[in-house]
Design a protein around this ligand. Structure first.
Ligand code: TXE
Length: 479
């Protein structure tokens, strides 16, 4: 495949950035996916200006026009899911099957919000005053900044851009630095979808320059961010200082509890899928496996046997289950946590080392440590194929361990007990709960988000997206 140069998209025009940044293929560093130039603060400001200028007219556009545009985008992504999935696999490193699945999900999200554009909710109530009607309607918030991470480079932008446009907002989208190709592909489709100029803009560059210029621009009305906790909290402070509406999705340290009465085949599959698929680079990854003592040894034996069947390698190759780590920076983080596991006295049960393949890439063996709850690998988000196994005395202990974290995105339990499943659903301190399912893997038409340090602001996805992307108006009319 030839190397491409990816551009930014501002006010309906393709805009070349400065310099020549390589878009790496993490499975084969010698064959980059493409190149791109980065914008400066002034160019980024132009994108916000373009979106702010386009907003008044677009905010009054017909829901049918918005539905048709989003439907076009969704249909094209679905029709090209194999090609887009291949680009995603080469750029981010998840396997081709996972990548095609993500592309399909992005297409479905655009289709879902095409329908939502025609179903913008409102209410009409009788006033407490006779002869007066009260209407509650929803209007777009304005110019929305979207800052996205690299781990779902098609799906996360889709679940922010699609509702923003569906409800009549204009958008400036800043993707993560290491996935410009997927961002360009989305922008390219949107550029042919019939949007008026300036309604959708995409800006390539660093968080420090482009991300900051976006957030600091007075023309921005709302910010939707997914990424790390430190960046999210820094942005929250800036947003609060100028009363910017903000939605943050950040880290996770998601527990998967395995009780003694669990079907262990199911539990091992949930653990392996949740902890290691997509190279463990999911905010919903099961990075803490909490196993009841009675079945602990058997669980260890079974998961070790299962991990031995997994192949790490080039995501485009058939038979590969786990692709490379997405970047050198993330690999360095993963390796430093493996070292921290050793330093804290955790026992290595699987992996713990880089893997050599035919190409130079960021390959890392799926890694499992028997850890203590206080170990760093059991407390901090690693964001790689590294999981911590914790031993629980009984259900109550397992639940306490599950909730003993600053995060609260997703919590899972494997059990055949209705009593424990029901109790766990009610008492897990998380925004999402899974019973006999991996913690990762969510539906696009229902709310996504967490509690505690994982999330801030209204939920994403499904009908709940209307909370963030609209503002409520209450109108009184004397009859
Ligand atoms: O995140 P950042 P990174 C976690 C995960 C990972 C770590 C680092 O632990 O190892 O974060 O990933 C933009 N103003 N997660 O470096 O820095 C940045 O350009 C404005 C978990 O990728 O938070 C990118 O577009 N924007 C998470 C986005 O913010 C700024 C998913 C995220 O980058 C900015 C991703 C600034 N000052 C990372 N600095 C999950 N749990 O899903 C950066 N950005």
């Amino acid at each position: 495949m030839s190397e491409q140069r990816f551009s930014s998209y501002i006010g309906g025009q393709w805009v070349e950035g400065e310099g020549d940044q390589a878009d790496e293929n993490p499975a084969d560093l010698a064959s980059p996916v493409g190149h791109y130039g980065t914008l400066d603060a002034a160019r980024t400001a132009q994108a916000v200006d373009a979106a702010a200028t386009a907003f008044p007219k677009w905010s009054l556009s017909s829901p049918q026009q918005r539905a048709d545009i989003l439907d076009f985008v969704g249909s094209e992504i679905l029709a090209r899911k194999a090609e887009l999935g291949r680009l995603l696999a080469r750029e981010e490193g998840k396997t081709l099957a996972e990548s095609i699945g993500e592309a399909a999900r992005a297409g479905q999200i655009f289709k879902f919000f095409a329908g939502e554009a025609l179903r913008i909710p409102g209410e009409k109530l009788a006033s407490t005053r006779p002869g007066v009607d009260v209407e509650i309607t929803r209007e777009p918030v304005g110019t929305v900044g979207i800052i996205a991470p690299w781990n779902f480079p098609l799906a996360i932008p889709a679940w922010k851009i699609a509702p923003a446009l569906a409800y009549g907002n204009t958008v400036v989208f800043k993707p993560a630095e290491i996935v410009p190709g997927c961002a360009w592909a989305i922008a390219e489709i949107l550029s042919r979808a019939g949007l008026p100029e300036g309604v959708f803009n995409m800006v390539l560059g660093s968080g420090r320059v482009v991300g900051q210029a976006l957030v600091e621009h007075n023309g921005l009305d709302a910010l939707s961010f997914t990424g790390s906790v430190p960046t999210g909290h820094a942005l929250l402070k800036q947003a609060a200082a100028r009363a910017l509406k903000v939605q943050l999705e950040m880290g996770g340290k998601n527990p998967l509890v395995v009780l003694a009465d669990a079907d262990l085949d199911v539990a091992v599959e949930c653990a392996v899928n949740g902890a290691y698929f997509s190279t463990g680079q999911r905010c919903t990854a099961s990075s803490r496996l909490i196993v009841e003592s009675v079945v602990y040894d058997e669980f260890v034996a079974r998961i070790q046997a299962r991990l031995a069947t997994l192949t790490v390698g080039d995501p485009l190759e058939e038979g590969v289950h786990i692709g490379p780590v997405a970047s050198q920076a993330q690999l360095d983080t993963d390796l430093s946590y493996i070292q921290a596991g050793h330093d804290d006295g955790a026992e290595l049960l699987a992996g713990g080392r880089r893997v050599e393949r035919g190409t130079e890439g960021h390959f890392l063996a799926p890694t499992l440590f028997a850890a203590n709850p206080s170990d760093r690998i059991a407390r901090e988000e690693i964001f790689g194929p590294v999981a911590a196994l914790l031993r629980a005395d009984d259900y109550d202990h397992a639940l306490a361990l599950a909730n003993d974290t600053e995060f609260g995105l997703c919590a899972g339990i494997c059990t055949t007990s209705l009593k424990h499943a029901t109790h766990f659903k009610r008492h897990a301190q998380a925004g999402m709960v899974m019973v006999n399912l991996p913690t990762a893997g969510v539906d696009p038409h229902v709310p996504f988000g967490g509690r505690k340090a994982s999330s801030y602001g209204p939920r994403e996805q499904g009908r709940y997206a209307v909370e963030f992307y609209t503002t409520v108006k209450t109108a009184y009319t004397a009859a």
